[in-house]
Design a protein around this ligand. Structure first.
Ligand code: SF4
Length: 217
């Protein structure tokens, strides 16, 4: 992949978005807060996640209190997050494991993070990037869609895209891809109908050139 082009795309996006994503806005919180927020953000809207996370941590102020939480109370507390029963079970279990096996600390390696229940590559990568500033590429729906549209990958599944992007992109870009693509995906490169006519990176986009060159024929 042409790294100069990547550099240019990321630089344009950086200038275009001054605000932060949901995870970007909590970067200064503890790794545990970020890990739990990421678990709660699965299949949930950011606005909802922010409220649920605040509510959760106002009630449970430590890993220990979450590990010892009454499961029904925990379910009620995070009910608005969707899939709340599974998430409550996982949050309680993750808290217990962190206390018993990691001295109450969130591990900062992919290998250890994905051993935790409910923590797959995306949650692990988000935790590494947003909590530890470790180079990773969390592949969520925005990274998946935009990478394909830009022509950076032809892979179809999130896991394959993750591997493909890590093979193709210089490590110096990894920390920023998720943040910038989430912002761009929410504002302009919408999953269902991208606003290509106002996109600042359209000149670099395969989807744009394919779609608009076809229309002009
Ligand atoms: S030109 Fe369209 S498809 Fe390409 S990145 Fe911009 S909004 Fe997305």
């Amino acid at each position: 992949m042409n790294q100069i082009k990547v550099d240019e795309i990321l630089s344009i996006l950086r200038k275009s978005y001054k605000k932060k994503s949901m995870l970007g806005s909590i970067k200064k919180k503890s790794p545990f807060y970020i890990l739990i927020s990421t678990i709660l953000s699965i299949r949930n809207r950011d606005e909802n996640t922010i409220k649920v996370v605040k509510n959760l941590f106002s009630k449970y102020k430590s890993i220990k209190s979450l590990a010892n939480a009454n499961i029904k109370d925990l379910e009620r507390t995070i009910k608005k997050s969707g899939f709340y029963k599974i998430k409550a079970k996982r949050i309680k279990e993750v808290s217990r494991i962190l206390l018993e096996e990691y001295n109450g600390q969130v591990p900062n390696t992919l290998e250890e993070l994905i051993k935790l229940p409910g923590v797959g590559p995306k949650v692990a990568a988000c935790t590494l990037v947003y909590a530890f500033n470790e180079e990773e590429i969390p592949v969520d729906i925005h990274v998946e869609v935009i990478s394909k549209r830009l022509g950076w990958t032809e892979e179809k599944t999130a896991n394959k895209i993750w591997v493909d992007l890590k093979n193709k992109l210089h490590k110096k870009y990894w920390l920023y891809i998720n943040e910038l693509f989430v912002l761009h995906g929410k504002e302009i490169c919408l999953t269902r109908s991208p606003k290509c006519n106002i996109c600042p990176i359209s000149i670099h986009c395969s989807y744009y050139s394919d779609t608009y060159s076809l229309k002009s024929k």
